[in-house]
Design a protein around this ligand. Structure first.
Ligand code: GCO
Ligand code: MN
Ligand code: MN
Length: 391
């Protein structure tokens, strides 16, 4: 039954074909669910209230399809997507499944493989553009190592940069309305991946020929696997103007790549993430890069997909309530009043010799500043009570 947590198109929730289509195969076991037809997936997602469906080239077009086969598949899929009332906001390249990429794609030590990766990506960019995608994601699943004995990591960084510069120029040359979103991950499937975190990727982007065209696609699970705070990663990405896309899911720290339903493991962190996204005015797609437990049949897959969206909307409502809660807002206002009572020069005013001297001469009440309670225990408990449903 529809309620206030039922997703609407303008909530902009998206799923990858590979997410709801995940067959439950893992390193130990065969698939537990059959392959899902992409057109069927689009229809089902449309009915669930999703806004869009995303894909890797080979989620739709098999690796070895002829141009005629490709065109037929793409025509059918475009129609299914339109009939379902969906869009394809993001596309990407599978640069990890075929064994040719076993030692990397853009960072492969073999120049033939690097060139093939560029060729495959240009074709996949054409496919994305044909489907209307305005964001193109780069996740370097095989861009890494198990051993440092051969490739010098400096070459990997250089080759990756060359590839992204080349592909930015390709997009511009074609006149596509498309931006790139880089997706960092620390490990899996390789032992170690290059550009393992949001911070590494932000630093890399600044070295590109066209940094304005390139932003991030951070993923909840990826920072969390490493023990990093995803909310901070997204905050820094937003502050840099680089949140071009986002992959939502859940994950326990220091575990295998779990890709759990959004909010299912770390609900409090997920709440603060939703609050940040909503407060920031982020209006891009909220993409679920997650999968149903391997125990599930198809009904379980749709329960999973509904759950991802529903949890986001519940947290969005909680965030609104946080912003309206008199007691919470009262504490915030009191804290802010204290914090803003300072009336001297600040770093934000910029440097001048006079400011520096004024600051050097200023005396501070160290004792008072060092001992005043911050009331975060009280505040956090109110958040917990809000989340636990007793407020
Ligand atoms: C992973 C990644 C991928 C990418 C996808 C889109 O951990 O496997 O998150 O799911 O997001 O390939 O580029
Ligand atoms: Mn992932
Ligand atoms: Mn992802």
């Amino acid at each position: 039954m529809a309620d206030q947590y039922t997703p609407q198109k303008n909530d902009k929730f998206t799923f990858g074909l590979w997410t709801v289509g995940n067959t439950g195969r893992d390193a130990w076991g065969e698939p537990t669910r059959p392959t899902m037809d992409p057109e069927y997936a689009a229809r089902q997602l449309g009915e669930l209230g999703a806004y869009g469906v995303n894909l890797h080239d080979n989620d739709l077009v098999p690796f070895d399809a002829t141009p005629q086969e490709r065109d037929k598949i793409v025509t059918g899929f475009k129609k299914a997507v339109a009939d379902a009332g969906l869009v394809v906001p993001m596309a990407t390249t599978n640069l990890f499944s075929n064994p040719i990429f076993r030692d990397g794609a853009f960072t492969s030590s073999d120049a033939n493989v690097r060139a093939f990766a560029l060729q495959k990506t240009m074709n996949a960019i054409d496919l994305g553009a044909e489907l209307g995608a305005e964001t193109y994601v780069f996740w370097g699943g095989r861009e890494g190592t198990e051993t440092e004995a051969y490739r010098d990591g400096r070459d990997a960084v250089k080759w990756f940069r060359e590839a992204i510069n080349f592909l930015c120029a390709y997009v511009q040359d074609q006149g596509y309305n498309m931006r790139f979103a880089m997706e960092p991950k620390p490990n899996e499937p390789r032992g170690d991946l290059y550009f393992p975190t949001v911070g590494h990727m932000l630093a890399f982007i600044a070295t590109l020929d066209n940094p304005d065209m390139v932003g991030l696609n951070p993923e909840f699970a990826h920072e969390t696997m490493t023990g990093l705070n995803f909310v901070h990663a997204v905050a820094q990405t937003l502050e840099a103007g680089k949140l071009f896309h986002i992959d939502l899911n859940d994950q326990q720290m220091a575990r295998f790549d779990q890709d759990f339903r959004f909010g299912s493991e770390n609900p409090k962190r997920a709440f603060f993430l939703v609050k940040l996204l909503e407060d920031s005015g982020y209006d891009g797609p909220k993409h679920y890069d997650a999968k149903a437990y391997r125990t599930e049949d198809e009904d379980g897959v749709w329960a999973f997909a509904r759950g991802c969206m529903r949890t986001y909307l519940i947290f969005r409502e909680k965030a609104q309530r946080f912003n309206q809660d008199a007691e919470i807002q009262g504490i915030l206002a009191e804290l802010q009043q204290g914090d803003e009572s300072y009336d001297g020069p600040t770093a934000g005013d910029g440097y001048s010799a006079e400011t520096a001297q004024t600051l050097k001469d200023r005396s501070f009440d160290i004792q008072a500043l060092a001992t005043k309670g911050r009331r975060y225990e009280e505040l956090d408990q109110l958040v917990m009570e809000l989340l636990l449903g007793v407020r």
